[in-house]
Design a protein around this ligand. Structure first.
Ligand SMILES: C[S@@+](CC[C@H](N)C(=O)[O-])C[C@H]1O[C@@H](n2cnc3c(N)ncnc32)[C@H](O)[C@@H]1O
Length: 354
């Protein structure tokens, strides 16, 4: 990797500063068939509609995707929609409202959003670039049908299938998705073959190694303990790597990408910043993590579903009460002022050679 193009501003001790540092099975569209037929001339290029992908599974009081049921253990219901939109607001705030950092020019033709979720980014990109066809791909059919005419959504498993969603992409984007893929490098390699020469891939990911500018963070800081537990269980149960952002530049270089860039943003944990904008980041993060904990408690950290070994390696298992109590402590930490901790968000983008 060209380390000269990798810009990381060191963490600052100044609370006031904004710190910046670095599948062939039937392929289906999530359009409601009625709406789809009425819009005959905007028919999806990507496949046929089957009803089962439009269904959901209900467990533990939450709603989950049915296509490839169990693949993704985080809900796809209204509460999750709120969490996603709060987190999206935070990510946009971090980069001054930019939807992407890769320099794709003013007239891109083909854009894909892998793991599009509720599709906010894809919709915004469709509005921003009327020249482009924007495809949002996800396991869940949860996106709005009220979308710009140049945007379409498909239900697919990006890790199991060979893509037939077109090629010659100007930009393939993944937000908060490298961390939930079993093999993000394989998906990046497939993306490489589907990008046009000179096209870009961009990841926007949380990187939950909790840091601190000073000595205010205890060794057993509860937010770090929560992420340790979440990371361990998501790895064990689903093969996820919450620290995937760490490896992306090296993996992209190996695949053949060039002009690899990383931007790191620090988000305060707790109400400690003096700067209003950074305090707003802390509020948004508080709301997003609070809902993430609820989603984790519904399934991956549900002691009725899994035996969850204690973080203290003492051979005991956590009870539901232990998990509740950990999450309550995290909620308290999210509004504390005395620990100057932060979590990172990484933006990594790279180009397919011309
Ligand atoms: C953390 S959410 C991110 C959503 C969106 N990119 C955002 O930033 O708001 C991850 C999304 O990836 C989807 N997903 C998980 N595994 C997938 C797979 N193998 N293929 C396609 N989508 C997947 C999930 O359904 C979920 O909507």
């Amino acid at each position: 990797m060209d380390s000269g193009s990798d810009f990381i501003e060191p963490a600052s001790t100044d609370d006031d500063s904004s710190v910046l540092t670095s599948d062939h099975a039937a392929i289906t569209s999530d359009y409601d068939p009625t709406v789809y037929d009425q819009q005959g001339d905007t028919a999806s290029l990507v496949g046929s509609v089957t009803s089962s992908v439009n269904e959901h599974v209900y467990e533990n009081g939450r709603r989950y995707h049915k296509y490839k049921s169990g693949r993704y253990p985080i809900p796809n219901d209204d509460k999750e929609a709120v969490r996603e939109s709060v987190r999206n607001a935070l990510v946009l705030e971090l980069v001054g409202g930019c939807l992407h950092l890769a320099p794709i020019g003013d007239n891109p033709q083909n854009i894909m959003d892998i793991g599009t979720g509720f599709g906010d980014w894809a919709i915004d990109m469709g509005d921003r670039y009327p020249s482009a066809r924007v495809v949002g791909l996800d396991l869940s059919p949860i996106q709005s049908v009220w979308i710009p005419p140049n945007v379409e959504f498909v239900v697919d498993d990006v890790e199991d299938n060979a893509w037939i969603h077109g090629s010659d992409y100007d930009l393939i984007h993944l937000r908060m998705t490298a961390v939930i893929l079993r093999r993000p490098a394989n998906v990046a390699a497939t993306a490489f073959t589907h990008l046009k020469p000179g096209g870009w891939i961009e990841f926007q990911e949380v990187y939950p190694r909790i840091g601190c500018h000073d000595d205010t963070m205890p060794d057993d800081y509860v937010v770090a303990r929560f992420y340790k537990l979440a990371g361990r269980e998501l790895q064990r149960q689903h093969g996820w790597d919450l620290y995937a952002a760490e490896h992306l530049p090296g993996q992209l270089e190996k695949i053949g990408f060039v002009n690899i860039q990383r931007k790191v943003c620090h988000v305060p944990i707790g109400y400690w910043p003096k700067d209003r904008q950074r305090m707003q980041h802390a509020f948004l993060f508080e709301e997003a993590l609070t809902e993430f904990m609820a989603a984790m408690q519904a399934k991956p950290l549900n002691t009725n579903v899994h035996n969850i070994a204690s973080l203290d390696d003492d051979g005991t298992f956590m009870t539901a009460h232990d998990i509740d109590s950990l999450c309550a402590d995290v909620r308290a930490a999210l509004c504390a002022r005395n620990v100057h901790a932060f979590i990172q968000f990484h933006f990594v983008w790279a180009q397919k050679p011309l």
